[in-house]
Ligand binder design. Structure first.
Ligand code: P6P
Length: 335
């Protein structure tokens, strides 16, 4: 029987053969994985754990916080404070950065996360997830840490991933040489390697977008979706299927698993905002995972990973997934 490769063994072997994972980064990734196991447990308790519903507060984005948003954020903060691998953390749920307290040693890594993405789905028992991105303080940035240390393009990430809490709890990770998936073995209490070379098909017949926003889109996005809807009698010459979970982690996991294109474009409801999704802890980690699996990710005008962030919580339009479809959408923006 093929031996089960645990996340720990995978990281140790990746460290030994590829020298891609220095010890502090390996510790960081194992700590994040353990935090995701704890979040998975809390999510799975649902009503039995009294964790459903709202917390009665809004987050920095002005969105109503769910109890589990706050729980997940606290689990990640507490798990990562003491290890000595991090300088600071940033979260969708916190306005400013969280600097590692002086009572603990500080490391060189910066951890960003959306602790529980898709939380509007919690109360209706639909898949949600934790998204994380790892940066390093720039060489020579000196002692201390500030928000400006985080403002690095997505191409500077040293690790990125998510944990989807669905029928399975699955951790998906890249450190820059491909994408691996690990499924939580609840009997062993460990993540087990279940796909070590995730590849996205370059073509697809499946798009993911919130169609209710169609009247608000820019012409290039409307053209792309209209052509998909026209099916085999239209310019694409093939029929398309549509999926929209309204949980980015679930939609991206489907695309990493069987292909597809995900779109959350700019729309004229809030014209001053480039998009709904956040660059630093949603679009960047997901875009790196997708590119590492052979896909592509654009904001319509440029590669998402090339965007130089100006603010920690800035938003971005996102079109990512099967390479040839993303390229088509990008070309419509350039037309
Ligand atoms: P809408 C969840 O709130 C989220 O940030 C993403 O996970 C998801 O793709 C999107 O928003 C859903 O947005 O407008 O369709 O509810």
């Amino acid at each position: 029987m093929t031996p089960k490769i645990s996340l720990t063994r995978y990281l140790v072997e990746k460290q030994r053969v590829a020298d891609r994972i220095p010890s502090d980064l390996r510790l960081l990734l194992e700590v994040v994985a353990r935090a995701c196991k704890r979040i998975s447990h809390d999510v799975n308790e649902g009503a039995l754990g009294g964790v459903l519903g709202t917390a009665g507060t809004d987050n920095v984005q002005g969105e109503v916080q769910k109890k589990l948003d706050i729980i997940a954020n606290e689990v990640l903060i507490e798990a990562n404070e003491w290890g000595g691998h991090l300088a600071a953390m940033a979260s969708e749920e916190m306005e400013g950065i969280h600097v590692v307290p002086n009572r603990y040693p500080q490391g060189e890594y910066l951890l960003l996360f959306d602790p529980l993405d898709g939380s509007s789905n919690i109360d209706v028992n639909v898949s949600i997830g934790t998204i994380f991105s790892v940066l390093k303080k720039a060489e020579g940035s000196g002692a201390g840490v500030s928000e400006s240390d985080f403002l690095q393009a997505g191409s500077k990430q040293v690790a990125a991933g998510y944990c989807v809490y669905g029928p399975q709890t699955t951790l998906v990770l890249t450190v820059g040489d491909g994408v691996a998936m690990f499924t939580l073995d609840r009997e062993q209490g460990s993540f087990v390697l279940t796909d070590e070379d995730v590849r996205i098909p370059e073509d697809t017949k499946e798009f993911a977008v919130n169609m209710s926003n169609m009247r608000h889109w820019d012409a290039p996005v409307k053209r792309y979706i209209d052509e998909c809807l026209a099916g085999k009698d239209g310019p694409r010459g093939k029929d398309f299927n549509m999926r929209w979970v309204a949980s980015m982690v679930a939609d991206v996991h489907r695309i990493l698993t069987r292909g597809g294109i995900f779109l959350y474009p700019w729309d004229k409801r809030e014209p001053d905002k480039p998009g709904k999704l956040r660059l630093m802890y949603e679009a960047n980690p997901m875009s790196w995972l997708v590119e590492q699996a052979g896909g592509a990710a654009t904001n319509g005008k440029q590669r998402i990973l090339d965007i130089q962030p100006k603010k920690l919580h800035e938003r971005v339009a996102v079109m990512l997934g099967s390479k040839n479809e993303v390229e088509r959408v990008r070309s419509y923006h350039a037309a």
